[in-house]
Write a protein that binds this ligand. Structure first.
Ligand code: GLU
Length: 446
């Protein structure tokens, strides 16, 4: 029955969503994990929960025209996929990157359903973005693009309907421009976006939350092996928001972070990455990671981002983008003695790589669980906006830590309950699915 169930769901998903490979990949993993849940809960099969959950509730595609600083007109595509609202308003980031297409947004939106359910907060799943590339654009160009994007998106979102946030290419600057345009068009000041500035409704810790959360989650994985971070060598891919704050927290807990990357290549600093330099380059100058070696000549820069996985380490935190660790990179990590992998990015390991880690005895924290701290803190930002209050850094950080602990426990318990103890991939998928499936069943055929 299990194989038959997986095949029949996947056959339809592939036929209906032709060419959307990342979406197929994300669905396949979840459907395989939940097959035994459907078998044990016939009411989910009767209500066709699996067949319904793979179909977005609503998909919005729109034209985003804008003019550059020379008056040239450009046309980008805008997306918002409102995937599932069974447990709360749609929630998930916006990604601005040239690789964005409908399949990418659907894979991200689908993952978000289960991730958001795991956070224990009342948030549904959604995702959006554009194939616009903020890299190399002036602040004014980015502002005009964001205003044009929101001129369409505003009619579909709202603090109780759909609450976007950032993702790759969408940070504090973009959220500011998007918020300003929403406020102007609707004449309302509401928590319609998260990741807002601290002076206008943002939450402390939101900037740090994804990276910190990933490290908190991996802390629990290490504890289960009788270890802590002290003295461990850590390789973190990426050098954006997730990578920077994962580095900060891992270093604070005594780890030695020795490598970071961007799409051009990676740096290795065996004395430990100097985070102030990285933040100066990435957050202030919006520069490239290779500039690091100009200030720290004993560090090395290597062309090609893939090579980062050849750097021997105890812990790897892939925090750049999807499918950045393939089977051969995973084999290299295992061969070099890596004992734990925590996914800071969304779906950074291919299915073959995940298998290598699980078979190789590596503790593996899947993205849905390990990087859920970002969206969980977005939900805490929504709470504060509703109450018109602000919590202190310590309060939000304590809540984030509690949430990451609860996510870890849910994954472990669900894996145990379904006879695959230690497999946090299956555990995360099952625990996230159960909450959404129960809610969908209770709410009828909608
Ligand atoms: N883009 C982040 C994620 O992948 C955060 C989404 C949010 O805060 O809504 O979970």
């Amino acid at each position: 029955m299990s194989n038959q169930f997986v095949d029949s769901v996947m056959e339809k998903v592939v036929a209906r969503n032709a060419g959307e490979l990342e979406f197929h990949q994300a669905v396949q993993e979840v459907v395989e994990s939940i097959a035994p849940v459907i078998e044990r809960n016939p009411e989910f099969a009767r209500a066709k929960i699996a067949e319904r959950i793979v179909e977005p509730e609503r998909q919005i595609l729109f034209r985003v025209p804008w003019a550059d600083d020379n008056g040239q007109v450009h046309v980008n595509r805008g997306f918002r996929v409102e995937f599932n609202s069974a447990i709360g308003p749609y929630k998930g980031g916006l990604r601005f990157h040239p690789s964005v297409n409908l399949g990418i947004i659907k894979f991200l939106g689908f993952e978000q359903i289960f991730k958001n359910a795991l956070t224990t907060m009342p948030i549904g799943g959604g995702k959006g973005g554009s194939d616009f590339d903020p890299k190399g654009k002036s602040d004014n160009e980015v502002m005009r693009f964001c205003q044009s994007f929101m001129s369409e998106l505003f009619r579909h979102v709202g603090p109780d309907t759909d609450v976007p946030a950032g993702d790759i290419g969408v940070g504090a600057r973009e959220i500011g421009f998007l918020f300003g345009q929403y406020k102007k068009l609707t004449n309302t000041f509401t928590g319609v976006l998260t990741g807002k500035g601290l002076d206008w409704g943002g939450s402390l810790v939101r900037t740090e939350a994804t990276g910190y959360g990933t490290v908190y989650f991996v802390t629990r994985m290490l504890e289960a092996r009788g270890k802590d971070w002290d003295g461990l060598k850590v390789v973190i891919s990426g050098s954006g928001n997730v990578a920077i704050y994962a580095t900060q927290k891992a270093q604070a807990l005594g780890a030695k972070v020795i490598a970071l990357s961007d799409s051009n290549g990676y740096i290795v600093d065996n004395d430990g990455i100097k985070l102030d330099t990285v933040r100066q380059i990435k957050e202030i100058r919006r520069g490239r990671i290779k500039e690091y070696v100009e200030e720290h000549p004993s560090a090395e820069f290597h062309e090609g981002w893939e090579g980062i996985w050849t750097v021997p380490c105890d812990v790897a935190l892939p925090s750049a983008t999807q499918n950045e660790i393939d089977e051969s990179a995973a084999n290299t990590l295992v061969k070099n003695g890596c004992i734990a992998v925590g996914e800071g990015a969304n779906m950074p390991s291919t299915p073959e790589a995940v298998k290598v880690f699980l078979d190789g005895g590596v503790s593996f924290g899947p993205a849905k669980a390990a990087n859920a701290g970002g969206v969980a803190t977005s939900a805490l930002e929504m709470c504060q906006n509703s109450m018109r209050l602000n919590w202190t850094f310590e309060e939000v950080d304590r809540k984030l830590k509690d949430i990451m602990d609860r996510i870890y426990t849910q994954c472990v318990e669900a894996a145990d309950a379904y006879g695959c103890g230690g497999n946090l991939v299956t555990g995360a998928n099952i625990a996230g699915f159960l909450k959404v499936a129960r809610s969908m069943t209770a709410q009828g055929i909608v």
